[in-house]
Design a protein around this ligand. Sequence first.
Ligand SMILES: Cc1cc2nc3c(=O)[nH]c(=O)nc-3n(C[C@H](O)[C@H](O)[C@H](O)COP(=O)(O)O)c2cc1C
Length: 358
Amino acid sequence: MRLIEECRKRIQKIAFGNTLLPQEFTLGLVEPQSEVSVWLYGIGTPHEVTDQLTTACTAPLCICIAFDKGHKLSENSFRTVALRFCERDGSKRVLGEISLRFRSAISIGSSEFILFQARKSTNYCLPRPRLWAHYLLQAYSQFKRSDPSDIRMTLREQRAAVVTFIRPHPLYLASVGDRTNGNIFPMNLAGDLGKGYFGFALREMRLAAHLVERVNHLAVSTVPLPWCSVAFRLACNHKKESIDWRQLPFETKPSMTFGIPVPNFATRVREIQVEKSQKIGSHRFFVGRIVSGQVQSKELQACIVHGFYQFWRLGGDSAMLQASMAEDLTNKRGPDNADCRPSLECSRPFSTLPTSRS
Ligand SMILES: Cc1cc2nc3c(=O)[nH]c(=O)nc-3n(C[C@H](O)[C@H](O)[C@H](O)COP(=O)(O)O)c2cc1C
C-alpha cells in the first residue's frame, strides 16, 4: 500500500511539479486592483475593458462587456472578438485569452451591455506541459463529477473560467432587505460596468437570486482581508430567504439611501438599484445603477484569483507558494483554522470559482 502511495506521489510530482494549487486563491489587494488589465480585440482598435466587464453566467459561460450606445454595434461587429488578460506593469505579458461569440444585448440609458459566450481560451500562466497535465486531470475528473445539473460546465468553459480569474475578483458581501426580512451573502461574479453601472450573477436556483429580484435593490460591501473568512462562511446564506442578523459575528449599520444593513467593517459600500435582470442558464444576471458609494477605509481588500495566476505572480517559487497556501487557508478558515462555524450553519466554506460551484 505504501509503495503504491509512494508511486502515486512521484508520478504526481513529475506531472504537476509544484502547480497543484487551490483553484481559488484569496489575496489582499488595494482597490481597484492594478495588477491585470483586460483588453478587447476585434472591434476597431483594441481597447481596455478592465473595469467594464463581469461574468454573467457560468453554464453557459457568458461575459458581459459594457459599451457606449453610440459605438454602432451589430452582431457582425463581434465575429472575431477576444479578451486578452495582460500584466499591467513590467513587460505587459499576455497571461490569457478568451475568444467570444455574441449572444445578446441589454440596453439601459446610454449604455449597451453585450453578453458574449466564451468559445475557446488559452492560459499562459503555467508552463505548457504543466497546463496540459492539469487539462488531462480536469478531463478525467469530469467523469466523476457530481456537480448539480444546472451548473455543469464543459471543459472549454472551465478553462475559460480559469482565465477570467487571472483578473483579481473583489470579494463582496451583498446585503438585501432589512433586519426583519433580509439576507447577506458573498459574491464574486460581480463587477463594475462603467458609467455608474454594476453587474452581478446569482445562481438561478438559489433563494438569494429570487430575493434580489423581488426587492430590486441591494448594498454591496467590499471586505477587508481580516474579515475574509467570515464572508466565506456566509456562503450558505445563498440558500436562505432571510437570516437572523443577531447571529452575525459583526456589527452592521444602515446603508445611506436604502437603509439596508451593511457590515461596519466594509472598506467600501455601494448601493445598487437593479435596472434589468435576465435568466441566462445556471445564473440570473442583474445590471444595476450605483446610487451611492462610500469609501470607508483604504485597507487591503479580499480578492480572489485562480491558483495558476498565483503561480505566475510568485514566479513559481515553491517556498512562496507554500507560504501563500497557508495564508489562503487562514483567509478562508480564519486564524484558528476551524472548518465550519455551527453558529453560521455553513456546510461548505470554499466555493467561489465558477469551475466549482458559483
Ligand atoms: C466567496 C464566495 C463567493 C461566491 N460568489 C457567488 C456569486 O457571485 N454568485 C452565486 O450565485 N453564488 C456565489 N457563491 C455561492 C456558492 O457558489 C454556493 O452557492 C454556496 O457556497 C452554497 O452552495 P453549496 O452548498 O452548493 O456550495 C459564492 C460563495 C463564496 C464562498
